[in-house]
Write a new protein. Structure first.
Length: 414
């Protein structure tokens, strides 16, 4: 057996001397490691969960890439572009593009007997991916989304329904002002809730045929196309491929296409999400520092307490490097035990929040109802490995205190 490892284990497993000074120091050091690692695990899990949930909400509402006219005056009042089946087929052949779907939009107003509300009516075709709307449907059913007949039905948000006091089955009178006033009566077929105020406060969803009639467009004209990518991490590369294919291309009606990623359409939301990474790094650095310094103080106390043993080992021929390794191995035992408790606490808190969600959030401010968590195995293992390496690395310098201890004086040390 490696004698340095044997001595380190004996120091770690020693139970003699109930009043040893090192015992509280060891407990504090292990507690520092455990608390620091637990906080880091929870912080990373919460930030990852929050970023992905908010991102998925934004992408679910507007897809990954939006293809529209280059002369669009604003996001919700776009100049029409040609959006036929052949164009969608071409776009779906672009490497990285998973699905293409058409949409049209038009701002207007809802009026009831005693209230009114500004809104944006969004029309979608029969190829529209209904997964996101289905997941966030809280009442009723989805309208029939077709491009050949008006359904006269609409999906509204919980926010708008509460403001106007309407429910499923009620009639809504919508008005659109453009070269006169045009009105449409729509039946509320369902109510959705995403908790994303940028969408919930304004959007009604209906069939794309109704929007085409309201805008006086040709049957193949739409506000734009939404593209879903296979891998979100490749969003920028896929956007560049779509731009290379479609940008500056003119359709049959003289409109010029322009492609934008969802991060370019909603820069304020994604800039806010990116700021969360800075917060995580601050927490990681602080917790690593706290854990490291508690281990340093504990190691110094243990070395001073074991001065007599160090002197005996030196008298028997052990060199400074060997004795330093003994105390570093001993520290690894302590760090490992602290990390074990840190993982139990950190992962336990994440699992409790994931399954029972005891910690709530205000969806108006944070876009989600509860604190989201996401345990990424790659980040989880990296946190553990980095904690071990940094903690041991911070102890290398203090371990050189061993070389300052002289055998003749230390053997007499009590």
């Amino acid at each position: 057996m490696n004698w340095k490892l044997f001595v380190a284990r004996r120091i770690y497993s020693s139970r003699e001397g109930k009043k040893e000074v090192s015992k509280p120091a060891v407990r504090i050091a292990m507690a520092g490691i455990a608390i620091g690692l637990a906080v880091m695990i929870v912080s990373v899990a919460v930030v990852l969960g929050f970023k992905h949930q908010v991102r998925d909400k934004v992408v679910g509402l507007g897809s990954d890439i939006i293809l529209s006219g280059i002369d669009a005056s604003q996001l919700y009042q776009m100049a029409p572009v040609e959006g036929n089946d052949s164009l969608m087929h071409v776009l779906e052949q672009v490497p990285g593009v998973k699905h293409a779907q058409r949409f049209s939009s038009k701002p207007g107003m809802i009026m009831t007997a005693d209230n009114f509300q500004g809104m944006v009516l969004k029309g979608v075709g029969q190829e529209y991916d209904l997964k996101y709307l289905t997941e966030h449907l809280v009442e009723g059913t989805l309208p029939a989304f077709t491009d050949s007949v008006a359904s006269n039905q609409t999906l509204i948000s919980r926010s708008i329904a509460d403001k106007l006091g309407v429910k499923v089955g009620d009639k809504l009178y919508t008005y659109f002002i453009e070269d006169g006033v045009r009105a449409r009566r729509l039946t509320v077929s369902g109510i959705y809730q995403t908790n994303l105020s940028n969408y919930d406060d304004y959007f009604l969803v209906t069939d794309i045929y109704t929007l085409g009639r309201l805008n006086n467009w040709k049957s193949d004209q739409v506000s734009g196309l939404e593209l879903e990518v296979t891998d979100y991490n490749q969003l920028e590369a896929v956007t560049d491929r779509v731009r290379a294919l479609i940008n500056d291309r003119t359709d049959a009606y003289g409109s010029t296409y322009c492609a934008r990623s969802v991060e370019e359409v909603y820069p304020q939301i994604f800039a806010w999400l990116n700021l969360l990474d800075t917060n995580v790094w601050v927490i990681l650095i602080l917790m690593t520092g706290v854990a490291g310094f508690t281990m340093i103080s504990g190691l110094l106390i243990i070395i001073l307490e074991r001065t007599n043993m160090i002197g005996v080992l030196k008298a028997l021929g052990a060199d400074n490097a060997s004795i330093r390794r003994i105390f570093l191995l001993f520290s690894v035992f302590l760090i490992g035990k602290g990390m074990l408790w840190g993982n139990i606490i950190g992962v336990g808190l994440c699992l409790i929040q994931y399954f029972f969600a005891p910690f709530k959030l205000d969806p108006v401010t944070y876009y989600v109802n509860t604190v989201p968590v996401e345990l990424n195995i790659g980040y989880y293992l990296l946190l553990n490995l980095a904690t071990l390496l940094v903690a041991v690395g911070m102890l290398i310098g203090p371990s050189f205190l061993v070389s300052r201890i002289h055998p003749a004086r230390s053997i007499r040390f009590e």
